[in-house]
Design a protein around this ligand. Structure first.
Ligand code: DX5
Ligand code: ZN
Length: 222
């Protein structure tokens, strides 16, 4: 399996100081910046959009921006986030009218496509898409808010997706998102995750770099 990647979610950052917050987690060893986009329609919360992504990109953030779209519809935002400097663009299949078309659109715009699976979303969505994806995101909470409790059923799903990725022979990242902390990150890695989103666990801690180091140490023992 490829190296573990840590993806702090800026949903729990201090938005009034967003640039500095991002710089701090990148300096502390973040591999990606996880960027949660919510539309108060697909999910009951409203966050940030392409101008904020563009501002971070312009600031010169040195790691890829991992855009997680919790919006419906999806397609119109793809070119906008591509222009705003997104690296990965991940969306929820239930939110797109034509999932294969959306994956193609993300690729055509030079970004890396990901598919996000909610706690109750079956793996069947991967049957005809995995060969075109660069990332599968397993939600370990229901999307919409930071700071929720990890849903243990996500572990079995991670194991199942990991088996599918291995069978595909492709280098697809397996990301887990929601309720990930120092205490459970090793369990997630053992279940097959290689990319770890953590919002409140990092930005809610007193020392971001120390928390990232503690996560890294747990992963080294996985
Ligand atoms: C939830 C978002 C997550 C969120 C995770 O809908 O997709 O990325 O920021 O926050 P924590 O790590 O606090 O559960
Ligand atoms: Zn997310």
């Amino acid at each position: 399996m490829s190296a573990h990647w840590l993806a702090p979610s800026i949903l729990s950052a201090d938005f009034a100081r967003l640039g500095e917050e991002v710089d701090a987690v990148v300096a502390g060893g973040a591999d990606l910046i996880h960027f949660d986009v919510m539309d108060n329609h697909y999910v009951p919360n409203l966050t940030i959009g392409p101008p904020v992504c563009a501002a971070l990109h312009k600031r010169g953030v040195k790691v890829p921006i991992d855009v997680h779209l919790m919006v419906r519809p999806v397609d119109a935002l793809v070119p906008e986030f591509a222009r705003a400097g997104a690296g990965f663009i991940t969306f929820h299949p239930e939110a797109s009218e034509h999932v294969d078309r959306t994956i193609g659109l993300i690729r055509e715009h030079g970004c890396r496509p990901g598919l996000a699976l909610n706690p109750a979303t079956p793996l069947d969505w991967l049957d005809y898409t995995l060969e075109k994806l660069d990332l599968v995101l397993v939600m370990s909470v229901n999307p919409g808010f930071g700071g929720q409790q990890f849903i243990p059923g996500a572990l079995r799903k991670l194991e199942q997706v990991r088996r599918r990725i291995e069978a595909s022979g492709r280098a697809v990242r397996l990301e887990v998102d929601g309720g990930v902390k120092v205490e459970n990150i090793q369990t997630c890695a053992r279940a097959g995750a290689d990319t770890f989103v953590a919002g409140s666990a990092i930005f809610g801690s007193a020392d971001y770099a120390a928390t990232l180091r503690a996560m890294r140490a747990e992963l080294a023992g996985a």
